[in-house]
Design a binder for this molecule. Structure first.
Ligand code: AMP
Ligand code: MG
Length: 469
């Protein structure tokens, strides 16, 4: 196998990471390999056995410079001064055929100096969950890390549920720089490292940025765009800690995330998110909080801290407006409006209110609006019809409404109960549900598999996701 590595992170100071190899596994076997992505990355392989050995961590590909990255982060609002890749190893970077530099990282590849109490491993469930959902996000047009390979290790690992089959995910990302990567140096007062990191992030992701404040502005814009895109498809990240907030503006860390079925602003899936800190409707507020942490870190590198704090505060304070505008753009498109006007926010919120009251299915209600059959989604049809009259008259100045709605309202999302069924099947050796989901989710704006678009029945609902990853 040839991987055209072109590493840059490994050239940063030693204090940014620990060099180490993945820990070999008993019996690596390919469960899934993303050939389309491999092509973009310029990876040539026709031998899946060799791919298993490489992406299982048993053989280092030529040109790799394996390392575990250091970072810190606020977890549920509490600062943890040292996290880092506790079960991931960056093999290196490649520049794809599209000219984009990306990390290739193994997740579940064995213990590192940052493992704390963990075993450095992952089990099959979360690996396949991340594979399917991250690729679905990509197909939905939402910035995300991607999945290149899933390998089973032939080893058992232990979680609360008992012994489970081990697996490794090969994750591809524009980078693994997080808000927490800045926090670790800022909190330690390592100003030189903070400056080096800032310059690296600018060069890699926002080359037009003239300095730390431009970088902050760019990340705020990228994150505002990202979070509103999530909301427009009913996605709940579930663990928006600052170590899971990527500087490049990609969705990262598919732990307890889920797509909502019945709409509710306060919907939470993660079993550990007792307070609803990361509930569906809380996400815009939280991303502002995360950007405030990035701002706090970035200002540490200025001599004139008062001036820097003032400018950074202004940038972060501008974010709610960015989020509002971006939210309006996304949700207006969902009801066929390309040029939002005064009053459209109220129109959208009224619809969401009706959906919440009736527990209407988020994805299917919007898809049905596009198809002209949304009344079936509401228990209170009369209220919906009233709203629909207002909506219809609003659409008179929107000639492209149908086309806009078709690509803003997916026909299929990775529903939580389908993900759980897929994992259950995979654990017993049946990968068919995985392939079926993957296939349908690859073209989310086309009806291809009606059964997978159906919301869960009462018995099928999987209301919670677990962090025992
Ligand atoms: P996450 O919840 O996946 O964002 O992980 C938070 C932190 O815990 C990161 O530093 C991870 O590397 C670490 N971590 C999570 N699971 C494990 C594990 N099984 N072994 C070692 N470290 C882990
Ligand atoms: Mg994480």
């Amino acid at each position: 196998m040839h991987i055209p590595f072109d590493n840059s992170y490994a050239d940063l100071p030693d204090s940014f990471y620990t060099r180490l190899d993945p820990t070999p596994v008993a019996q690596p076997k390919i469960l899934a390999f993303n050939e389309n992505l491999a092509k973009v990355l310029g990876i040539e392989t026709d031998d899946l056995n060799e791919a298993a050995v490489v992406f299982g961590g048993n053989k280092l590909p030529q040109g790799a410079a394996p390392l575990a990255q250091l970072y810190a982060g606020h977890q549920f609002g509490t600062y943890n001064p040292q996290l880092g890749d506790g079960r991931a190893i960056l093999l290196g970077e490649v520049i794809g055929t599209d000219g984009i530099r990306r990390d290739i990282q193994l997740k579940g590849s064995g213990p590192t100096p940052y493992s704390r109490m963990g075993d450095g491993r992952a089990w099959l469930g979360p690996v396949l969950r991340e594979y399917v959902i991250s690729e679905a996000m990509h197909a939905l047009g939402i910035p995300t890390t991607r999945a290149l390979a899933a390998v089973s290790t032939g080893e058992q690992i232990w979680r609360e549920q008992g012994a489970l089959p081990g697996a490794i995910l090969t994750r591809v990302a524009r980078s693994h720089l997080r808000v927490g990567t800045f926090q670790v140096f800022a909190h330690r007062g390592e100003v030189e490292n903070l400056k080096t990191l800032t310059n690296y992030a600018i060069r890699r992701h926002y080359p037009d940025a003239k300095g730390p404040m431009d970088l902050l502005r760019a990340v705020c814009a990228a994150q505002a765009d990202l979070v509103t895109r999530w909301m427009s498809v009913g996605f709940i990240h579930g663990v928006m800690n600052t170590d899971n907030c990527a500087i490049a503006g990609e969705t990262i860390d598919y732990g307890p995330c889920a797509f909502m079925d019945a709409f509710h602003q306060n919907r939470v899936f993660s079993s550990i998110d007792q307070q609803g800190r990361y509930a569906f409707g809380a996400q815009p507020g939280i991303v502002v909080w995360n950007m405030a942490q990035l701002a706090t870190s970035l200002v540490q590198q200025f001599d004139d801290k008062d001036a820097a704090v003032e400018e950074a505060t202004e940038i972060v304070h501008a974010m709610p407006k960015l989020l509002e505008d971006s939210w309006l753009k996304r949700f207006a498109a969902k009801i066929g409006i390309t040029a939002p006007q005064k009053g459209d926010t109220a129109l959208i919120e009224e619809l969401l209110g009706l959906m919440q009251t009736d527990g209407a299915d988020f994805a299917n209600t919007f898809r049905a609006l596009y198809k002209g059959s949304a009344q079936d989604q509401f228990a209170n049809r009369e209220a919906f019809e009233k709203w629909s009259e207002k909506w219809t008259s609003r659409l008179q100045s929107e000639p492209d409404a149908k086309a806009v709605m078709q690509t803003a309202n997916p026909a299929i999302i990775p529903r939580n109960h389908r993900i759980e069924q897929m994992i259950e099947a995979a654990v017993s050796g049946d990968m068919d549900p995985f392939h079926r989901l993957q296939k349908a989710l690859a073209t989310p704006f086309t009806e291809t598999d009606a059964e997978l678009s159906r919301p869960p029945s009462q018995q099928e609902i999987v209301p919670a996701t677990f962090c025992g990853t």
